[in-house]
Structures are given as structure tokens and as C-alpha cells.
Write a protein that binds this ligand. Structure first.
Ligand code: LRH
Ligand code: MN
Length: 426
């Protein structure tokens, strides 16, 4: 299903007057405070967030999965759904594939189809956390860390195959997340596991082209519940440095123990020039993969505040890769992703409102109250009129979810795919 710009502009008429009144009021107030509103609109329009191919159907847990109606059962279907999100927001211009869940039968055809919807291929993800049919060896006891060199060889070869697929699609980065770890004390020799992982990653790194990046994603636990080889940002950073200049750390917001100060990790990685990208989501307890900004919106704002500061001051850090990594157990996956895109842009816009110079001055004066007031003034500003204006100027929907519902998109999709089509993935 494709959404025409005409249909979206037609729907926008419903909200145009209300929007313009709210936008003009806010823009005037901000310009009076010396804020460059045009600069913020440009930043909002330029931000493109990659959609995970594995989050376009209903996710599940070990306790069950409630499939959603009209899920995309094919890679074309997944790209078409990302196309819908992009038509409604003009900020979802990329998809991140997971291999082997999304192996393209005809890479050129897939690339052309995606391009026809304005969709590019962001990082490709390898998968050595599940055994594949007819595999000679198993990843039960790990992949790149495995004490059995033939298993490590298998896992390295899989990553090289994933790079190969990515190159055909025009992707420029590989994300490696390893479930590798142990469930019981004594099961692992920690040092051997880490050395094997380092050596294997170095082998993979040597195979990526000069214009490619390697993202190393860390996670403290799950599916292993005693130790995880790449458990935290420090281990990932150490491995990235051991690989080379184009290896970076990838921050999945859900991959932190409770109350971890993630914004400080972001600042540290940007200072090192090693922040490669993000998997945005939210969580209350563990790696819950909930809608971005649905549980801890202030933390998301503080992370974006460090990103805005870092992108200004750490020119040694490349522009991070922005990706969502969420799983939808009870909501329409497309509505959930529209909410996540909105939450990312809200935190982005609020962070762009922070007067960084005034904040630096207040920090130098050790005026703690003023520091807080500067941050919270930005956070407490309703920036949604800025997001709506950025979308309006990009011929996207002023109100993406209301437009999605008004155009009855889900039922159109069900007409095309049937009620019971199921998406591959988590
Ligand atoms: C691991 C993870 C990783 C993906 C997987 C789908 O928890 O965040 O990024 O490979 O989810
Ligand atoms: Mn992730």
C-alpha cells in the first residue's frame, strides 16, 4: 500500500488553522528569546531514523505472542510499511535489516523498490544468537567467543555473508550484537571468551570496506543470565578500539542496568569519538523494548542534550546512526513506531532549545539552580508545533497517527495481505 502526498495534504487541511496559530505563537516566543527557529526546523527535517525490519510485526515474549492483523510477511511488505511511516513523517527514510530474517531474493529489485519509496538501507544486523536449519555446529555455547574454533569460524563467515548482502543493498555499516555469555559461575573462562571475541571481531573488521563502519552493541544480560561477554559500554569501547578507526560502540537504550546514567555514557563515547549509533526504545525494568519516550522521557531529553552538545563539540565523532529497536506486543506496530518517531523528534527539538552557552556559563559559575532552570525550561516547552511545521514543510502529515487512522491504513493493508499474515523476526 502506498500513501499519496495529495491524500496527506488533503488530511492536513483539518489541522492547518490550529497548527498555524500554535506554531506562530511558539515561533514568535522563541525568536524573542534569540532562538534560531529555522535552524531547529532544518535539524528536525534532516533527521532520518532507521526502522528495524524486525519490528513491523507483533513481537512477543517467551510467554506468548499476539500476532497483529496484516503483518508484512515479505521483505517487500516490510519496506512498503516503512514507506508508509516515511510518507506520514518524512523522518523514517531508512530500514535496518536483520539477517537471516530478511535475506533479499533479488537485492537489486529490493534496492530499486526501496528507492521508489525514498527508503535507504541503514546498518545490517548479523544473527549468531539463533541456530539456523542444517547448521553443522550450534551457537548454544556462544558464537564469536566460543571455545570451539570451528564455531567461531562459522560465526565469522556469517558476518562476512551479512556484509556481502549489505553491500548489494547500499548499506554502509554492520551491527554486531552477541548473546554470547554464560548462565552459571564457572561455565566461562571470562578472559578466553573476551579474547576470542576480540580476535573474531578484528577478523570481521578487516573484511569491511573503507567506507563502512562496524557497530558493536553491548548488553548486560539476556538471553544469558550470569555473564555476557560484551556486557557494557566499556567492553564495547575496548573492542572497538582493538578493531580500528571505523569500529564504534552502539547504544541500545534498553541495554543498561536500572538507573544507569546513559547520558553520561553518551558524553564519554562522543568525547572518545566512538559513538556509532543508537537503538532507541524505552524500558521500566529490563530490555523491555517499549515505545520510545513512553517511560522515561526526561532521560531521553538528557541524552539528546548530550548529543546536541557532542555534535557541536566532538567533530571527531561521526554523525551517529539513528535507529529504533522496539518490539510491539499489544499495539499496532505502525502506530507504535509513529509514536517512537514523535518522541525522538520531541526530545531532539527540546535539546535544540537548550541555550548551551548560557548553560556552560552557569556551570562555570557553579550556579546549580540556573543550570537546572536552563535545562528544564527547554524540557518543559511544548515543541510539538515545531515538529508539525517541519512535517508540513516536508509534505508529511501534521498529525501522523490521526491521518493513519483517518485513511484507514491498517484495514487497507489487511485487505491486501489478509488477516493472518505473519512477519518474520522477534
Ligand atoms: C538485542 C537487540 C539487538 C538485536 C535484537 C533484535 O537485544 O537489541 O539489537 O539484534 O535486539
Ligand atoms: Mn538493539
Amino acid at each position: 500500500m502506498k500513501l499519496s502526498v495529495e491524500k496527506i495534504i488533503e488530511q492536513n487541511q483539518k489541522w492547518l488553522e490550529t497548527h498555524e496559530a500554535a506554531y506562530n505563537f511558539l515561533a514568535e516566543k522563541l525568536e524573542k528569546n534569540g532562538t534560531d527557529v529555522e535552524h531547529i526546523l532544518k535539524k528536525l527535517k534532516d533527521l532520518q531514523v532507521a526502522i528495524p525490519s524486525w519490528a513491523l510485526g507483533a513481537g512477543g515474549t517467551r510467554f506468548g505472542r499476539f500476532s497483529y492483523k496484516g503483518e508484512p510477511a515479505t521483505l517487500e511488505g516490510k519496506i512498503s510499511d516503512v514507506g508508509l511511516l516515511h510518507s506520514l513523517t518524512q523522518s523514517a527514510g531508512a530500514i535496518s535489516l536483520h539477517i537471516p530474517w530478511d535475506i533479499p531474493e533479488d537485492a537489486n529489485a529490493i534496492k530499486e523498490f526501496a528507492a521508489s519509496l525514498g527508503i535507504e538501507f541503514d546498518a545490517v544486523n548479523s544473527n549468531t544468537f539463533q541456530d539456523q536449519p542444517r547448521m553443522k555446529k550450534s551457537y548454544r555455547f556462544g558464537s564469536l567467543c566460543n571455545s570451539d574454533p570451528s564455531v567461531r569460524e562459522l560465526a565469522i563467515q556469517h558476518n562476512l555473508d551479512v556484509i556481502n548482502i549489505g553491500e548489494k543493498l547500499g548499506s554502509k555499516s554492520l551491527t554486531v550484537w552477541l548473546a554470547d555469555g554464560s548462565n552459571f559461575p564457572g561455565q566461562h573462562n571470562f578472559q578466553e571468551a573476551l579474547q576470542n571475541t576480540r580476535d573474531s571481531l578484528q577478523h570481521i573488521y578487516k573484511s569491511i570496506r573503507d567506507d563502512w563502519k562496524l557497530f558493536i552493541e553491548y548488553k548486560p544480560y539476556e538471553p544469558n543470565f550470569y555473564s555476557t561477554v560484551i556486557q557494557d559500554w566499556g567492553t564495547s569501547l575496548m573492542l572497538a578500539e582493538a578493531c580500528g578507526d571505523r569500529a564504534y560502540t552502539l547504544v541500545d537504550l534498553g541495554h543498561h542496568l536500572p538507573n544507569t546514567n546513559i547520558e553520561q555514557i553518551v558524553a564519554t563515547l562522543m568525547m572518545k569519538g566512538k559513538l556509532g549509533g543508537f537503538h532507541f526504545n524505552d524500558s521500566k525494568y529490563g530490555d523491555d523494548d517499549l515505545t520510545v519516550g513512553s517511560i522515561k522521557p526526561y532521560a531521553l531529553f538528557l541524552i539528546w542534550n548530550e548529543l546536541v552538545y557532542g555534535m557541536e563539540h566532538n567533530k571527531n565523532n561521526p554523525s551517529p546512526a539513528w535507529m529504533i529497536d522496539a518490539s510491539h506486543n499489544i499495539k499496532d506496530p505502525l502506530e507504535d513506531l509513529l509514536q517512537s518517531l514523535e518522541a525522538i523528534q520531541i526530545a531532539h527539538a527540546q535539546a535544540l532549545l537548550v541555550d548551551q552557552n548560557a548553560l556552560r556559563e552557569a556551570q562555570k559559575q557553579q550556579d546549580v539552580v540556573l543550570c537546572q532552570e536552563i535545562l528544564q525550561d527547554a524540557y518543559r516547552t511544548d515543541v510539538r508545533p515545531l515538529l508539525r511545521e517541519a512535517r508540513l514543510q516536508s509534505n508529511a502529515a501534521i498529525e501522523p497517527i490521526a491521518t493513519y487512522r483517518a485513511l484507514d491504513v491498517r484495514n487497507q493493508i489487511i485487505k491486501e495481505r489478509g488477516l493472518h499474515s505473519v512477519a518474520s523476526g522477534l
